[in-house]
Design a protein around this ligand. Structure first.
Ligand code: GLN
Length: 491
């Protein structure tokens, strides 16, 4: 059961082979047993989970109703939320001391939608503080361990989501991706994760990091699972001014179509120096499989992609410095126990409430937005952002999807990059340009590299190209079994 797809779980529930309460209990028991060593979950509440499961029970379809194509009912299937999503009645900490005791009075749009689909919340997942990080070492609640090797990082910032699914503590999870935080941990933990086109999923109730880049998406074992989850997560929401109003789509509609003639663009810049040999070997093998499946590969170029990390580390901190100004110790969140006047309360609360990486971003962001530097840094970065987006549009003239590595290396050891922020920032070199351009991107497992650690293949689509990306991923997953592998000792 722990290795089942969402369709299989749905069918088992519909056939009354298992009840929603039994299914939730199965995962809660695994969490009790395995989470202490992994630190993936930071809030669990058995009572609330079981109450949700009992309520979902009534909504599980009967018989074979769920076996059809398209929008398979998710009723009764458990999942867990990254702790960046506001959840009514549950703590929402965003991995920070600042929100250590914050209980949201409302649900994020995504949480609402998945609950409306009948999904059951297993708990809240650890993450890098305010989603800033690539290794899950910046959480106030301590690092998350990679289930494939607990001496290694799970990636970040959705590392709790990735570790929970990889250890089969949850069949699926939500994540958010500002510069790679769904795709990179999915790659490092051997999972499938998708960051949708900017605006497809509402950001309402998702604690803001860099608003023009943040996007929520599904993380699960397979592309098919991600398609079903995205069906439930996507949709217009008037409470997010960047939410896109367009007709609902069935993201699973093309899954079974063959790949004959699919043009895969391989950006020259993604296959140069910087990628480890083991990652390259796995990605090349996956591309060979794609050619066998009928796809053709063409070389494309993204000439400005080398500027994506520097542009991102101006734009994202700039937006973060503004978004995080709301945490002042006044309305909610952490307040320093002792202080003098009002200004002293602000500064002590922020000094004690935020961790080092968050402070670094606030300092950089405030600097690049300040008078005299705005034109030199922020405006320049915005211009580069436009060039990066234009590169992709040019590339999509000769291909349908773009493929390459998700991460330049497999999961690294704890501490390996934490002393050097630039090294850490380079973990997202292949994922960041997608966010800058607002494009959808996903990662799927394509083999194992050094130390037996998983390798991820990245697929980038044009705006609203999710269904085609999911089709490409699903067809590969029908021909491979990387996505169903799990760490032997956790079986
Ligand atoms: N690693 C990147 C950062 O630290 C991306 C994080 C994210 O996507 N949330 O900003």
């Amino acid at each position: 059961m722990i290795n089942s797809s969402l369709r299989e779980l749905s069918a088992a529930l519909a056939a009354r082979k298992i009840s929603a309460v039994e299914l939730a209990t199965l995962f809660l028991d695994r969490i009790d047993k395995l989470n202490p060593a992994l630190n993936a979950f930071i809030t669990i509440d058995r009572e609330q989970t079981l109450a949700q499961a009992r309520a979902a029970e009534a909504r599980v379809p009967k018989g074979t109703q769920s076996a059809g194509a398209g929008n398979t009912p998710l009723a009764g299937i458990p999942l867990a939320h990254k702790d960046i999503f506001c959840t009514r009645g549950w703590r929402t900490s965003c991995g920070s001391r600042m929100l250590e005791n914050f209980v949201s009075p409302y649900d994020a749009h995504v949480v609402e939608k998945l609950a409306a689909a009948g999904m059951v919340t297993l708990g809240k997942l650890n993450m890098d503080e305010f989603a800033m990080g690539s290794s899950n070492e910046t959480s106030f609640f301590g690092p998350v361990k990679n289930p494939w090797d607990t001496a290694r990082v799970p990636g970040g910032s959705s590392g709790g989501s990735a570790a929970a699914i990889a250890a089969r503590l949850a069949p699926a999870a939500t994540g958010t991706d500002t510069g790679g935080s769904i795709r990179q941990p999915a790659a490092l933990c051997g999972l499938t994760g998708l960051k949708p086109t900017y605006g497809v999923v509402s950001r309402y109730g998702m604690i803001a990091f860099a608003s023009s880049l943040d996007q929520a998406g599904p993380m699960a074992k397979s592309a098919e699972d991600c398609a079903l989850l995205l069906n439930a997560m996507a949709g217009f929401d008037s409470r997010d001014s960047t939410s896109i109003e367009r007709p609902a789509e069935d993201y699973a509609r093309d899954l079974e179509k063959p790949l004959t003639g699919l043009r895969i663009g391989l950006p020259r810049e993604f296959f140069g120096a910087g990628m480890d040999d083991d990652v390259r070997a796995a990605v090349e093998a996956a591309l060979a499989e794609y050619r066998k499946l009928g796809a053709i590969t063409v070389e494309v170029s993204l000439p400005n992609s080398g500027l994506s990390v520097p542009a991102y580390y101006v734009i994202a901190p700039a937006e973060a410095s503004s978004n995080l100004s709301r945490f002042d110790g006044v309305r909610y969140g952490y307040r320093a126990p002792e202080y003098g006047d009002l200004n002293d309360m602000y500064s002590k609360s922020r000094a004690l409430g935020f961790g080092a990486e968050v402070k670094r971003r606030i300092l950089i962001g405030t600097y690049v937005l300040s008078h005299g530097y705005y034109d030199a840094y922020y405006l320049k970065a915005q211009k580069i952002r436009r060039l990066i987006a234009a590169d992709f549009q040019k590339a999509f003239e000769s291909c349908d999807v773009i493929m390459g590595p998700t991460s330049p290396s497999v999961a690294f050891a704890f501490g390996a990059k934490s002393a050097d922020p630039v090294q850490m920032y380079l973990s997202d070199i292949y994922t960041i340009s997608t966010n800058l351009a607002g494009l959808p991107g996903m990662s799927l497992p394509c083999g194992f590299g050094a130390h037996g650690m998983p390798v991820g293949l990245q697929i980038i689509g044009n705006w609203f190209g999710e269904a085609r990306m999911l089709q490409a991923a699903h067809q590969y997953q029908k021909a491979s079994d990387w996505h169903v592998r799990m760490p032997e000792e956790l079986k």
